[in-house]
Design a protein around this ligand. Structure first.
Ligand code: SAH
Ligand code: MG
Length: 211
């Protein structure tokens, strides 16, 4: 899309070795090219910093692109917990965050996210900021957990809320599409949330737990 190309071109030439290293590491390993889009990565940094979030939870690490963006917004003493299904992805993400200077700020928890979320609740953990970016069929469940683990005023972000346009195609009725539609409707209507949906790139939901 032209507007997106123009907008990204504005940032060209800005030194960003850390994020480039992540994208190179993905290519080298033939991993899926599904890191958060650069503009939304910048938005993650901005929102973590603007909200003053100290405890950030990410669901879906891949190679650490969004992890670096989130960590860049943290205040001194802030930390990131990242849930990732695949051990080799979590290891790569950790290496990439370490190279970016955030190795001691991030903890990876490997395996299915849902049991990890249950474990975090059992440990009495609470968070100020959530980035939901894993399997789309579980987005409504991840939203439930964010509402449970989120402090008043916590920010909840969901990536890929348009699923490459499938969300707006009436004929698309796969379980993951239906789950994402339910997620989007809850983001818009849950009385516990104030929110906005950004339709650029692949769609981004931004919500705040009413404090
Ligand atoms: N947030 C990353 C991209 C994540 S891609 C970034 O923008 O840089 C989605 C990730 O979710 C993949 O790494 C995948 O392995 C992971 N994932 C998929 N299903 C999962 C599940 N059930 N629990 C935890 N992680 C899962
Ligand atoms: Mg994504």
């Amino acid at each position: 899309m032209d507007a997106e190309r123009y907008t990204e071109a504005l940032y060209e030439g800005k030194e960003d070795a850390a994020l480039r290293r992540v994208l190179d590491s993905i290519k080298e390993r033939n991993m899926p090219d599904i890191s958060v889009k650069p503009g939304y990565g910048r938005l993650l940094t901005l929102l973590v910093a603007a909200s003053g979030a100290k405890d950030v939870l990410e669901i879906g690490a891949l190679a650490g692109y969004s992890g670096i963006c989130l960590a860049r917004g943290l205040p001194p003493g802030g930390s990131l917990v990242s849930l990732e299904l695949k051990a080799e992805y979590a290891e790569l993400a950790h290496a990439n965050l370490t190279a970016a200077g955030f190795g001691d700020r991030v903890t990876y928890r490997v395996g299915e996210a849902l049991p990890q979320l249950e474990a975090l609740a059992a440990e009495g953990r609470a968070f100020d900021f959530f980035f939901i970016d894993a399997d789309k069929g579980n987005y409504p469940n991840y939203l439930d957990w964010a509402l449970r683990l989120g402090r008043p005023g916590a920010i909840i972000i969901g990536d890929n809320t348009l699923m490459k346009g499938r969300i707006v195609e009436e004929a698309s009725t796969s379980p993951s599409v239906r789950a994402m539609r339910a997620f989007n409707e809850r983001i818009a209507h849950d009385p516990r949330l104030t929110s906005v949906m950004l339709p650029a790139y692949d769609g981004l939901a931004i919500a705040r737990i009413v404090g």
